[in-house]
Design a binder for this molecule. Structure first.
Ligand code: FEO
Ligand code: CA
Ligand code: CA
Length: 652
C-alpha cells in the first residue's frame, strides 16, 4: 500500500514501543536473547518463556497453470516443502511457489465482468478508459472474501475483492492525469468488484454476465447509517449525493453473509487544485483545529495528497469532490474513512457506510461472534502511532436483525490501551465520557457536540482517552484459541533504541496476540508478542513487514508481507503454526515491486485465493506478470489461485 510517511498523532500518548520495551525488560529478554544467539534460535526456543507462554496461552481468468519446482520435514499440520531462500530470491520477474503446490491466475486488472466489454490485457499504448474500466476488474487487488454458493460450494461462488489503489503511471502511463476522463478512469479503477467465479474443467473463471457481477467505485451511489448518518459533517454546500468508496484496503465479512470493505488512506486522493501537483510531497496538512473547523491535519489531508490530482492541477479543475480549494465540497473528505458493508447477493443494494465503527484509516475488520451472540469487530488504524479499535454490537446479532436494528449501527466502539504488565484496557469512544464531551480547543471552543462528531473525528477523541500509539496496525484476525492476532507492520519513526529494545526504529514489524475478557466483549485484555520479523532474518523463515493475516481452523497462520524483504526475497505468503513461531514455511513469493495481500478460500480450504498487488509497480521492465516475460506488457494486479498437488488443504 501507499501510506503516509508522516505520523499525524501529536497527542503525546505513551506509545506501544515503550509498553513493549517495559514488558520485555520485565521478562528479561536480554538474557534470553543471549541464549538464543549463542545456541541458535530453534534449539533454544524450548527454554524461551515468551514462546512457551504463547503456546500455552491457547487455552483474466486462468489460462495457464504454474507449478512449483524444487525438500521437507514436517510438524503439526504444516508439512509442505517451503520455497527456499535460494529459490525465492531467484528470478523476480515471476512468482515462486512451493513444489508441493501449483497456482493459476484469476481476474487480472482489466478483466471484463460483462460480455461485450473489452479486456485490458496490459497494452502499454492503448490503455483502458473510464467507460470500460467501470465494467472491468479494478486494480490494486487487496482484501477479499469468497461467498460460496449455498454457503457450501467448493466450486462456485461470489468473490468480493477490494481494489485499494493504482498509481497514475501504472493505470494511465503518465505521472499525472490530464483530463477529467483520465481522472474518471482512475476513479473507476479503484473500489470493489463482486464477481461470480466458478471452477470449470478444473480451472476457475469468471461467469461473465452473472447478475451478481458488479463494480463499485468512486462514483457509485452509497448510503450512510448509524449515529453519524445524519450529521452536518457529511453534508456539503453543493448538496451532492453520497458517492463512492476509495482506498479499499483489507476487509471483513459478517455472520449474516455480507462483505465489509475498509477505507484506508482516503486523504491521499484529496488535493488543492490551485496548487502545482507535479511535486507531491511533504506539504503541510490542512486544517489544524477542532473537528468542527476541520481537523484535517489529524487525518493527513494536504495540498498535494499522494499525487493523484483528482481535484485538479495548477488551476485546472477536474473532480470538484476531491478539490480542497472548493468550499462547496468542504465536507467531502468526511465521507471517507469508514467501514462499508456490501451485500454480495443483492447487486442493487447500495453499499452502506457504517458510522458506528468510527472514521479513521481503516485497515480491515476481524469479526467474531462473542458472548450472547454479539458481533465483535476488531480494527486497526494503519498509520504510524495510530490505534487499535474494536466494535461490539449492542446485542445478539440475530435478534437485532430480527428487530430491524442493524448490529453494526448499534453498539460500542472501543480503543485500546496497552499496559506494561501484558494487560490492557478497551476504552469506550463515547461522547458520554466527560474527557471527550468537555474537551475544548486552544480557543476554548468545544471539540465535539455529539456522538456523530466523535465518530467522524474518532482519532481526536481516541487521543484524548490516552489510547496507545501503535506501529501501524494492519490486519487483525481471530485464532481458534480465542485470541486475536495483529500484524504491526513497521514503524521506522521510532527513535529510542537500546540494547534491550531492538525495535526502535522498528523497520521490520512484528505480530501480536491479544485475548479479551468476557468472550471478546469485555473491556480488559491480555497481550503477548508472537514474533518479531527481525528474529527470522538469519534463517529460512525470513520475512519482514507482516500485513495480511488469516488463521485457519487448524491453527495455521497465513502471513502476507508488504515491504522490504531481506535475503533478496520479494513479498511473500508464509504459513506458520499460530502457537509456534519456530514453525514458519514459505508458500509463495511474488514478483518484483509487488505486495502479497488478501486471502480467501473455499469451504474445504483446498483452494486458496491470494493477490499480487502492484506487480513491478507497473513497470514492464521489472516484470510483465501475469503475462509471459516480454519486457513490454504492463504488469497487472491479479488473484493467485493456489491448490495443493495432492489435493490436500492449502497450508498442509
Ligand atoms: Fe492498505 Fe495498511 O495497508
Ligand atoms: Ca495492508
Ligand atoms: Ca502494508
Amino acid at each position: 500500500m501507499l501510506h503516509d510517511e508522516r505520523p499525524s498523532n501529536r497527542s503525546g500518548n505513551r506509545p506501544f514501543q515503550d509498553v513493549l520495551k517495559a514488558s520485555l525488560s520485565r521478562r528479561n529478554l536480554m538474557k534470553r536473547s543471549a541464549i538464543l544467539s549463542a545456541t541458535g534460535f530453534v534449539s533454544a526456543v524450548a527454554g524461551n518463556g515468551l514462546v512457551a507462554e504463547t503456546a500455552s496461552a491457547q487455552s483474466s481468468r486462468a489460462r495457464r497453470r504454474y507449478s512449483g519446482a524444487g525438500t521437507a520435514s514436517g510438524s503439526a499440520g504444516i508439512n509442505f516443502t517451503p520455497v527456499s531462500l535460494a529459490q525465492g530470491s531467484s528470478d523476480s520477474r515471476v512468482p515462486h511457489i512451493s513444489p508441493d503446490y501449483q497456482y493459476d491466475v484469476l481476474i487480472p486488472w482489466g478483466t471484463p465482468i460483462e460480455s461485450g466489454v473489452p479486456e485490458y490485457a496490459g497494452d502499454p499504448i492503448n490503455r483502458t478508459n473510464s467507460v470500460d474500466q467501470a465494467k472491468q476488474i479494478g486494480i490494486g487487488h487487496d482484501g477479499m472474501h469468497f461467498f460460496p454458493e449455498g454457503g457450501v460450494s467448493n466450486t462456485k461462488g461470489i468473490l468480493c475483492i477490494n481494489h485499494e489503489f493504482g498509481r497514475t503511471p501504472h493505470v494511465l502511463g503518465k505521472a499525472l492525469p490530464e483530463s477529467l476522463e483520465e481522472v474518471t478512469t482512475m476513479e473507476h479503477a479503484h473500489g470493489v468488484s463482486c464477481v461470480e467465479i466458478e471452477k470449470v474443467n478444473g480451472t476457475w473463471q469468471v461467469n461473465v454476465d452473472s447478475p451478481v457481477n458488479r463494480r463499485i467505485h468512486v462514483n457509485t451511489p452509497v448510503e450512510f447509517s448509524g449515529p453519524a448518518a445524519g450529521s452536518d459533517l457529511l453534508q456539503n454546500p453543493a448538496g451532492n449525493e453520497f458517492l463512492g468508496t476509495v482506498n479499499n484496503c483489507a476487509n471483513g465479512y459478517t455472520p449474516w453473509g455480507t462483505y465489509l470493505t475498509c477505507e484506508e488512506n482516503f486523504n491521499g486522493y484529496f488535493n488543492n487544485a490551485e496548487v502545482d501537483q507535479s511535486n507531491p510531497g511533504d506539504d503541510p496538512a490542512l486544517g489544524e483545529g477542532s473537528p468542527l473547523t476541520g481537523a484535517d491535519s489529524r487525518y493527513g489531508v494536504t495540498a498535494t495528497g499522494f499525487g493523484y490530482a483528482w481535484g485538479g492541477n495548477n488551476g485546472t479543475k477536474w473532480d470538484p469532490r476531491f478539490d480542497t480549494s472548493n468550499p462547496d465540497y468542504v465536507n467531502e473528505r468526511n465521507r471517507f474513512g469508514w467501514v462499508v458493508e456490501i451485500d454480495p447477493s443483492d447487486p442493487d443494494a447500495k453499499p452502506m457506510k457504517r458510522t458506528a465503527m468510527g472514521r479513521f484509516k481503516h485497515e480491515g475488520v476481524g469479526m467474531v461472534v462473542g458472548k450472547s451472540g454479539r458481533a465483535v469487530g476488531y480494527m486497526g488504524d494503519d498509520q504510524r502511532f495510530d490505534y487499535c479499535y474494536k466494535f461490539v454490537s449492542e446485542g445478539n446479532w440475530r435478534s437485532m436483525l430480527a428487530r430491524g436494528k442493524h448490529p453494526l449501527d448499534y453498539g460500542k466502539l472501543y480503543v485500546a490501551k496497552f499496559n506494561d504488565d501484558n494487560t490492557g484496557v478497551w476504552m469506550e469512544v463515547t461522547y458520554s465520557n466527560p474527557v471527550i464531551r468537555d474537551a475544548v480547543d486552544e480557543n476554548g471552543q468545544t471539540l465535539f457536540r455529539n456522538q456523530a462528531d466523535v465518530l467522524c473525528f474518532c482519532r481526536v477523541a481516541a487521543d484524548l482517552l490516552g489510547a496507545t500509539p501503535m506501529d501501524r496496525p494492519e490486519w487483525v484476525v481471530p485464532a481458534p484459541s480465542g485470541e486475536m492476532v495483529w500484524a504491526l507492520t513497521n514503524n521506522s519513526r521510532r527513535t529510542e533504541a537500546d540494547a534491550v529494545n531492538k525495535l526502535a526504529p522498528n523497520a521490520d514489524g512484528y505480530i501480536l496476540k491479544t485475548r479479551d475478557s468476557d468472550n471478546y466483549t469485555g473491556t480488559t485484555f491480555t497481550w503477548e508478542h508472537y514474533i518479531f520479523a527481525e528474529e527470522t532474518h538469519n534463517d529460512e523463515r525470513s520475512f519482514s513487514d507482516p500485513d495480511g493475516l488469516w488463521v485457519d481452523p487448524d491453527g495455521r497462520l497465513f502471513i502476507e508481507t508488504d515491504g522490504g524483504q531481506k535475503n533478496g526475497l520479494q513479498d511473500q505468503c508464509l504459513v506458520a503454526d499460530v502457537n509456534d513461531p519456530t514453525n514458519i514455511r514459505r508458500l509463495f513469493v511474488g514478483v518484483s515491486g509487488d505486495e502479497i495481500t488478501g486471502v480467501a478460500h473455499t469451504p474445504d480450504r483446498k483452494t486458496l485465493f491470494i493477490n499480487t498487488q502492484h506487480p513491478g509497480n507497473g513497470d514492464p521492465s521489472a516484470t510483465n506478470f501475469p503475462a509471459p516475460t516480454d519486457g513490454v506488457t504492463i504488469p497487472r494486479d491479479c488473484t493467485i489461485v493456489i491448490t495443493k498437488k495432492d489435493g490436500g488443504i492449502v497450508g498442509s
